[in-house]
Write a protein that binds this ligand. Structure first.
Ligand SMILES: C[S@@+](CC[C@H](N)C(=O)[O-])C[C@H]1O[C@@H](n2cnc3c(N)ncnc32)[C@H](O)[C@@H]1O
Length: 272
């Protein structure tokens, strides 16, 4: 499961990098004249203050590490449903090499390996405690899993993984499988009313970890702009009842499969 922590308030005529700097309350180019930029959706003024926004960004790794110190491997349930959803990608001829970005305590990788014993998984997370939980899991075998600490937004994955050696997630002719929260999820509506909004569709939980709620359009554009074609994209909806709180929650997840687009493939092979 790919988890994106990146956020961009929608801005006109500036790059995502600049949007990100603006979301954090900074400017992307200190030498540029300080002009007023047009932002389609302004940062909510009842949300998280610039000081805390910047702290959550700067210390994102620490907040997740404290999360795993507190919850160990007890928070997320094993994601056995993924085999039903994505089993076709994991199986098939030859040994599949998978990269899981943001693997946490291993609730995705161990069910995948149990159903696909021939698969090999590179698993990374920026929380050292999460990686320790993966390595001490009773099903961990070095012959099947290479788990390592890496920050997706800062580190070079090629230091751990040979380029073009992964079938699923990043490489040419490979797939990116993504499942994450979808726009309109029950939890998003609750965050909005509690002043926990950082920017559009981006929120902070009480423990400092953050969550982004993806719309179909945003996710599609994000991958298209980076040279991927959309292979599949669905929103999965489920009603979950909490009887003790007499609550019915409409949960929504976005589930998508992307592939490096043919045009990117051909231009990179020309360059090679
Ligand atoms: C919601 S948990 C999902 C864990 C796991 N994929 C699963 O299926 O249970 C999100 C994970 O992403 C990790 N994460 C968030 N931002 C990251 C980043 N920039 N680089 C690497 N890991 C990151 C967090 O530490 C956390 O373990």
């Amino acid at each position: 499961m790919l988890v994106l922590t990146y956020t961009t308030p929608l801005c006109i005529s500036i790059t995502p990098k600049a949007c990100r700097a603006m979301a954090l309350g900074g400017t992307h180019n200190s030498r540029a004249p300080q002009t007023q930029r047009l932002q389609i959706y302004p940062t909510p003024n009842n949300g998280v203050s610039p000081f805390w926004r910047e702290k959550y960004e700067r210390e994102a790794q620490r907040y997740w590490d404290v999360f795993y110190k507190r919850h160990k491997d007890k928070f997320f349930k094993d994601r056995h449903y993924l085999d039903k959803e994505w089993g076709d990608y994991f199986s098939g001829a030859g040994k599949k090499v998978i990269l899981e970005v943001g693997c946490g305590a291993g609730n995705t990788i161990f069910p995948v390996i149990a159903s696909n014993p021939d698969a090999f998984v590179y698993a990374c997370d920026f929380s050292p405690r999460a990686i320790e939980l993966v390595k001490t899991h009773e099903d961990f075998k070095e012959s099947h899993v290479n788990a390592f600490v890496s920050d997706l937004t800062a580190d070079d994955l090629c230091e751990e993984i040979l380029p073009s050696s992964v079938d699923i997630v990043t490489m040419p002719n490979g797939y990116v499988l993504l499942r994450d929260y979808a726009f309109g999820d029950f939890a998003q509506e609750r965050f909005s009313s509690k002043g926990q909004q950082i920017s559009d569709n981006f929120y902070v939980r009480g423990d400092g970890t953050r969550a982004y709620y993806f719309s179909n359009e945003f996710l599609t554009n994000l991958f298209k702009e980076n040279g991927f074609d959309v292979h599949k994209l669905d929103v999965c909806c489920k009603q979950v009842a909490n009887r003790s709180k007499e609550l019915v929650m409409n949960r929504r997840w976005i589930q998508a499969v992307f592939r490096v687009s043919d045009s990117s493939n051909s231009s990179s092979s020309k360059e090679a």
